[in-house]
Design a protein around this ligand. Structure first.
Ligand SMILES: NC(=O)c1ccc[n+]([C@@H]2O[C@H](COP(=O)([O-])OP(=O)(O)OC[C@H]3O[C@@H](n4cnc5c(N)ncnc54)[C@H](O)[C@@H]3O)[C@@H](O)[C@H]2O)c1
Length: 385
């Protein structure tokens, strides 16, 4: 089996996690690590260590470099890596400005290297399943995405790079890009309008921020992120409202999604035969509870000539039979799912290196599309005083 030599630049929290996850892959060999903090480079055995990343990229044995440093440094390091002939996997966000992101793409094209962004949510089987159903039209059109995320900041002291917009870009750029990209992954559409709101607890710490995004076709997404509450309240909820389904995911590495879907018999079969779907029950559409029509209100739906019920959602007519409830669930611990997502992300890039016709799951274009939204929303939020 061909083994790929990988270098990691940036050996903080996430760099270590990647090292641990990737060392379990048979075709991967982590051969070099760089971080300016010498204490972080202790105990790495036979791995070559460098305090200056420029020395790492001179190593001719390395095929791919993972860039796991703070966001503002991604452009400088990624372009230098590609100019040195290395393929790259860049941590999100691609960069903190659009001009930096465009420069990375330009250098990729000039050097003909393989470059991807580490959007790990694209490799979560739950997200892949929901996307597959979306593409099949099982749930009808996606109309609304609502991301509500409370994170603790007790481990982020005021001097941490996360709070410095010149180093991180701010919460939407550093963090929300994952979720903005998720919307683009599930339902790609042109962005028509973006705005934002934010709160700063002091001049240095912008701790709550929100982005609203309108897409062509009528999807409206909201991303609310707070880094202000204790860890006890740390939650991420992602609500997806389709014409024919409500889906609610919990956790930033979601393992479970509550599903309530209005289906015809064929779609029911598709849903029930999915290995991640656990069926809870179903009710014929004529007997299902309809909040808009309390008891005694009259008919609950309309009959088509075929004798089936039809309903309207967003002006579109759908023929349906039943309301099905259940969950999409991954029966594995979160740590396992997170590990396999980061492994799959790297394997996808290695596949592209080996086979240029392979379509990357998270090419750099996905990084710039989400960054455009994050930058516009951040500018809008900061323009309101
Ligand atoms: N994809 C994901 O799920 C995910 C999760 C967490 C973090 N991240 C991203 O990973 C990146 C790093 O985040 P983190 O939480 O590990 O941060 P961190 O602060 O824990 O680690 C960053 C490391 O980079 C080192 N560093 C700084 N400048 C460097 C340089 N010039 N050369 C080499 N090393 C340098 C620092 O010393 C530090 O050890 C960020 O872009 C972040 O957004 C992605």
């Amino acid at each position: 089996m061909k083994k790929y030599n990988i270098g990691i630049i940036g050996y903080g929290g996430f760099g270590k996690f990647l090292h641990n996850a990737w060392s379990r892959l048979d075709n991967v060999h982590i051969t070099a690590i760089s971080d300016p903090m010498t204490d972080k480079l202790q105990g790495l055995g036979s791995i070559k260590t460098f305090t200056d990343w420029r020395d790492l990229i001179r190593d001719p044995d390395i095929t791919l470099v993972a860039i796991v440093t703070e966001p503002a440094s991604h452009e400088l390091i990624a372009t230098a890596c590609m100019e040195a002939g290395k393929h790259v996997l860049i941590e999100k966000p691609l960069a903190i400005t659009l001009s930096d992101a465009e420069k990375i793409i330009q250098v990729r094209d000039q050097t003909n290297t393989v470059a991807a962004i580490d959007f790990i949510m694209r490799f979560n089987p739950l997200m892949q399943t929901i996307r597959h159903f979306s593409q099949q039209g099982l749930f009808g059109r996606l109309r609304r995405v609502d991301v509500e995320n409370y994170a603790q900041d007790e481990q982020l002291p005021p001097e941490h790079w996360f709070w410095n917009p010149d180093r991180s870009g701010g919460i939407l750029i550093e963090h929300a890009v994952h979720f903005i990209d998720l919307v683009h992954y599930l339902a790609p559409a042109n962005v028509l309008a973006v705005n934002g709101l934010k709160h700063s607890r002091n001049p240095q710490q912008e701790d709550q921020i929100m982005a609203n995004v309108l897409y062509e076709g009528g999807l409206i997404a909201t991303h609310y992120h707070s880094f202000a509450r204790p860890g006890f309240f740390e939650t991420t909820t992602i609500k997806l409202a389709y014409d024919l389904a409500d889906i609610e995911l919990q956790g930033w590495i979601p393992l479970l999604a509550d599903v309530k879907a209005i289906v015809n018999s064929q779609n029911k079969q598709t849903l029930l035969s999915n290995p991640f779907f656990e069926y809870a029950g179903s009710v014929p559409i004529g007997q299902a509870n309809d909040e808009s029509r309390p008891a005694g209100w009259g008919g609950t739906g309309n009959l088509s000539q075929s004798g089936r019920q039809f309903i309207y959602s967003g002006g579109i007519r759908y023929e349906v039979d039943e309301v099905v409830t259940g969950v999409l669930q991954l029966s594995r611990p979160k740590q396992d799912v997170y590990t396999s997502c980061v492994q799959a992300s790297l394997l996808d890039v290695l596949k592209k290196i080996n086979d240029p016709s392979h379509p990357l799951a998270a090419g750099l274009e996905t990084g710039i599309t989400s960054l455009v939204v994050a930058v516009r929303a951040t500018e809008s939020a900061r323009s309101i005083v």
